[in-house]
Design a protein around this ligand. Structure first.
Ligand code: CU
Length: 68
């Protein structure tokens, strides 16, 4: 399934890589596309393997805030 997460604090290419990299490291996430201008991340994932809470945690571990 696909979901858009709203992430605060992403401002450059490095942020983009950190967030998409952290998401792609999760088993079950097949795609993570960061849109810096919007502060959003479009994630494609297998809901049998990973949930939104795990994705939020992975992003927060990188130092960014997620609002559902
Ligand atoms: Cu940055």
């Amino acid at each position: 399934m696909e979901k858009t997460l709203h992430v605060q604090g992403m401002s450059c290419g490095h942020c983009k890589m950190s967030v998409s990299g952290a998401l792609k490291n999760l088993d079950g996430v097949s795609k993570a596309e960061v849109h810096l201008e919007d502060g959003t991340v479009d994630v494609t994932f297998d809901e049998a393997k990973v949930n939104v809470d795990a994705m939020k945690e992975a992003i927060e571990d990188q130092g960014y805030d997620v609002e559902a």
